[in-house]
Design a protein. Structure first.
Length: 111
């Protein structure tokens, strides 16, 4: 193992570049069932993306948001993960508290 450009280099290791967006687009074009599943999950992924961007914009960690919401970090981690797994949908009250913890206001837009 040798170090090159601040990265470790292993003999025979040649990483394969992966672009998830490109993969999803190509697979959606070929697989109708996959495309429908992606469309059904779009709201959850968009909601998670908005929450994570709000947290990053506020410059806060997950633990800091949890503290401001009055919950433990593990509970907040489950809430964020549940948006993707669809095991649980956070209530409007929880989303409002999350937004307030980020110094923002929850706004819902229907289009």
């Amino acid at each position: 193992m040798k170090k090159t450009n601040d990265k470790l280099s292993y003999p025979g290791y040649d990483p394969i570049p992966f672009d998830p967006s490109k993969y999803i687009a190509e697979r959606c074009a070929k697989d109708e069932e996959f495309r429908m599943a992606c469309e059904e999950s779009q709201d959850e992924f968009l909601t998670l993306d908005i929450l994570l961007k709000a947290r990053k914009s506020a410059g806060l960690t997950q633990a800091e948001i949890a503290y401001r919401m009055g919950m433990n970090p593990a509970s907040l981690a489950r809430i964020e993960a549940s948006l993707v797994s669809r095991r649980h949908s956070p209530s409007l009250s929880t989303l409002r508290k999350y937004a307030e913890a980020c110094g923002m206001k929850l706004t819902i837009l229907l289009s």
